[in-house]
Write a protein that binds this ligand. Structure first.
Ligand SMILES: NC(=O)c1ccc[n+]([C@@H]2O[C@H](COP(=O)([O-])OP(=O)(O)OC[C@H]3O[C@@H](n4cnc5c(N)ncnc54)[C@H](OP(=O)(O)O)[C@@H]3O)[C@@H](O)[C@H]2O)c1
Length: 324
């Protein structure tokens, strides 16, 4: 079968198409004939700086849709030929991949394979950020960094549907601001945001800030919180040093800081992730959330998909088409 791997860290050009053995599912796993693969920013971080890469060569890819090819021992409720969407631990840039059964989801009613590949990472992540971790209450205000990207697109719509008082986004370019405004955001700031958030909220700040960027941006998100506000960190797109927060920032106005990793949750509490995912998928089925696929590439064009996302010019979701 064909797969896409890298043997060294670097730019998009290190991605290579290789001939590889078809993987077999171990106990508790299934193998999947891949239809589509979702491209995630984490795939770029794996390629450029080894994020969650245990050894080289490495085959990226965290989410797929497709049909179950083989079922391993001790798997219940999944069968060969079934159409599914799955979260994987890498390895999805391939014609066949394996996934732990606990993170394999039968395609929800009315969802096709193409849309299915957009679901597994982004939609549960957005749902968990707002509800499970962020504990958003109706009427509260929300600030989202990376508002026009995959997670950002879903966050705007979900926050609005949850009754947020106002949803503010931050993006790096005007074209992205327009896109975000079409996907749930009330106001979108291009580049700088600290002063803008204060003005938009009448000086109060926001109740919930969601930060996938880290570094200075995370400090700015923290400084944008209203009294008793919550910040959820869920990424480090800026590749800054790991953040630390202490009493001086938190005590005076009663702030909270939390974190979230869908891959971490898949390992530590898969049943909790499954519950979140099933709730999150319902928001797509009932039309609350739509995540546009803005660019689609062949498996052998993964390099181009990485280039597009890496230049910060993409919006919505990027897919690799393997066998549609
Ligand atoms: N913790 C979790 O469970 C989890 C799950 C999924 C995704 N994530 C994180 O959520 C973020 C979005 O993921 P995605 O896959 O949906 O990607 P994406 O948003 O479609 O694309 C990458 C995003 O990173 C933003 N960005 C900000 N600073 C950047 C920088 N210095 N370099 C490059 N990009 C930068 C870009 O927005 P602007 O150019 O507009 O700033 C863009 O929206 C990523 O940080 C990812 O790691 C976390």
């Amino acid at each position: 079968m064909r797969a896409v791997e890298f043997q060294e860290y670097g730019g998009p050009e290190v991605l290579r198409v290789v001939e590889a053995e078809v993987p077999e599912p171990g106990p508790g796993q299934v193998s999947i004939d891949v239809a589509y693969v979702g491209v995630n920013f984490a795939d770029l971080k794996a390629r450029s700086e080894g994020y969650r890469v245990p050894s080289l060569p490495f085959r990226p890819g965290l989410e797929v849709s497709g049909r179950i090819r083989a079922v391993g021992a001790d798997v219940e409720g999944l069968e060969v030929g079934q159409e599914v969407a799955a979260l994987t631990e890498g390895g999805a840039y391939a014609e066949v991949t394996v996934a732990d059964a606990v993170t394999v989801f039968p395609l929800p009613e009315g969802v096709d394979l193409r849309t299915g590949a957009t679901l597994p990472t982004v939609v549960p992540t957005a749902y968990a950020l707002l509800h499970t971790v962020g504990r958003l209450q109706p009427g509260e205000t929300v600030l989202v960094q990376g508002a026009a990207g995959g997670v950002g697109t879903v966050l705007g719509q979900l926050a609005k549907a949850a009754g947020a008082g106002a949803v503010y986004g931050v993006v790096s370019a005007e074209a992205k601001a327009k896109y975000a405004l079409d996907h749930g955001y009330d106001e979108v700031f291009v580049g700088s945001f600290a002063q803008e958030v204060r003005v938009a909220t009448g000086g109060r700040g926001v109740d919930l800030a969601l930060d996938p960027v880290g570094g200075e941006t995370l400090r700015g998100s923290l400084a944008s919180l209203a009294p008793f506000g919550r910040l959820v960190s869920f990424g480090n797109a800026s590749s800054a040093e790991p953040w630390t927060v202490g009493q001086p920032e938190l005590y005076p106005t009663g702030l909270s800081v939390a974190g979230f990793s869908i891959l971490g949750l898949a390992k530590t509490a898969p049943a909790a992730l499954r519950e979140i995912a099933e709730r999150a998928f319902r928001t797509v089925v009932d039309g609350t959330v739509s995540l546009p696929v803005t660019a689609e590439f062949g498996l052998a064009e993964a390099e181009e998909a990485h280039r597009l996302m890496g230049t910060r010019s993409s919006t919505g979701k990027l897919l690799l088409r393997v066998a549609g």
